[in-house]
Design a protein around this ligand. Structure first.
Ligand code: PMP
Length: 281
């Protein structure tokens, strides 16, 4: 596979990063993941806007203009002949002798990879099992940083118990998943945590807002509790790579009898239609 390193396209096994890179030492960097369908990037603009915001919040100077980064990502997709799959790219504050405060005159380092992932319409909606886990993360979960240890520990706990996601909560309040946003459906209304510093404002979350609006499904951005989660008519998670995915069981509790719900199916169908639309562009 070909990977992106700064402005170069090189073989995966030729790519090397400095052992004093601040991404490696401090998790001092940001990232984005993009879905590609038929070689076309899905929801590119909001992802790049979020990248710019993450950079701003961390006072990290991007190594290239956003347009140039987009150009390079498109070239990476082409060079790898990627049809359906994911682009992952990250930007760190660069390599410098280790000290916590920011180095001067050190260029940020961008790297990117792609992975093929066939989108099989016949296999959805499958839904997943989830567990509940304490949200032990820091208070700037709105920034998409490389610091993911709290998320990693929660996901590992889910994985070890045969679940696909950990739904995080601070005391009684549900925040989000370890790598997704969480929605509940109650009496026909979608409810999800407001976009503040406790959650990442997911691009898929915002895309679901658009789909819901088009279908006249009411939506409330408000805090909801673990009890409301467990009592919900439907629960689903959203993320770039998992799109809209029903949660059919949380710990020992079945949601909607363990079946995808009516609103979930509508959203999944609408999502499919949008993906098919960009394939045809
Ligand atoms: N929250 C967290 C903590 C995540 O890691 C992700 C996926 N990157 C999301 C939410 C969903 O965001 P998006 O829809 O932009 O993939």
């Amino acid at each position: 596979a070909i990977v992106l390193y700064q402005d170069q396209f090189i073989d995966r096994d030729q790519a090397k990063v400095d052992i004093e890179d601040r991404g490696y030492q401090f998790g001092d960097g940001i990232y984005e993941a993009l879905m590609v369908y038929s070689g076309r990037i899905f929801l590119l603009e909001p992802h790049m806007k979020r990248l710019e915001r993450s950079a701003r919040e961390l006072d990290l100077a991007l190594p290239y203009s956003t347009d140039h980064i987009i150009e390079n990502i498109k070239k990476l997709i082409e060079l790898n002949h990627l049809d359906d799959g994911v682009v992952y790219f990250q930007i760190t504050r660069g390599a410098a002798a280790r000290q916590h405060f920011f180095p001067e005159n050190t260029p940020a380092v961008i790297t990117g990879t792609v992975a093929g992932k066939i989108r099989d319409l016949s296999k959805r909606p499958q839904g997943i099992k989830a567990i509940l886990a304490d949200d032990i993360r820091w208070l700037r979960c709105d920034i998409k940083t490389l610091n993911l240890l709290g998320n990693v520990l929660a996901k590992q706990k889910a994985h070890a118990s045969g679940a696909g996601e950990a739904i995080l909560h601070r005391e009684a309040i549900v925040t989000e998943g370890s790598s997704s946003n969480v929605f509940i459906v109650k009496d026909g209304t979608l409810v999800t945590h407001p976009a503040d510093h406790y959650i990442l404002n997911g691009i898929t979350r915002l895309f679901v807002f658009d789909l819901a609006k088009k279908m006249n499904i009411p939506l409330a951005q408000r805090e909801f509790t673990v009890d409301e989660l467990l009592d919900a008519d439907e629960v689903f998670i959203t993320s770039t790579s998992n799109e809209v995915n029903p949660v059919l069981q949380i710990d020992d509790r079945l949601i909607n009898g363990g079946e995808p719900g009516r609103i979930e199916k509508k959203l999944i169908d609408a999502y499919d239609a949008e993906v098919e639309r960009i394939r045809a562009v």
